[in-house]
Ligand binder design. Sequence first.
Ligand code: SAH
Length: 241
Amino acid sequence: MALCAALAVLLPGTGRALDEDGHAARRADMIRVIERHAFSAVKALGRRRIDSRVLDVMGRTPRHLFVPERLRGEAYDDRPLPIGYGQTISQPFIVALMTDLLAVGPEDVVLEVGTGSGYQAAVLAPLARRVCSIEIIPELARSAGQRLEALGHAGVETRTGDGYYGWPECGPYDGIVVTAAASQIPPPLVGQLKPGGRMVIPVGGPFATQWLMLVDKLADGRVKTRQVLPVAFVPFTRRSP
Ligand code: SAH
């Protein structure tokens, strides 16, 4: 009995003994946590719920396969986790919120800046027609590309590069999601948005408050911005010349 209790405490920490059912159960718990969190963030969301299509996809996406093996037991906690190279996979609630704000339609072409582990791209893939994701750290770009392909997301295109300049050949875009905090909204990204398109981006310097911003490009090309929520993202970096 004492041994069982000890095991029960140890196993969640290591995560190694969790089978697919165990991960699925934790994923379902994660979705409930996201729903509760959304309920308490009504003002930021402008409504009480995250789009059910977003929650469905996140309920199916194996986040444990996007984190280092030693952290798999924590993959469905609602917090960011390290993925190497000083970077993190975003907190699940923030992924849900950003995807919801992007309001992706089935015919949309979406750009992600900051592929990282590939998790956000995997969540976007079933919701959009085409997802292009750019990452500045070559090793992360490569491993995320391989991971997405192995998981059957052949439709996601990835490449290494400085996302400040976007990815013009893949655009123009209905939606752009930036997953690292920039000190200002990069003008080339606004340029690659279609009129009527939207961008979700954390804005703020490394020592200043960062705000998640929703950027709407109006039909006449003008831009409207709204501060959604204070957030904490890894910094947007630039490639040294
Ligand atoms: N969306 C990722 C989160 C990654 S963290 C996920 O789901 O796992 C942010 C990522 O942005 C990091 O991998 C970082 O290397 C990348 N990044 C930072 N500045 C960048 C830039 N200028 N262009 C492209 N990627 C950048």
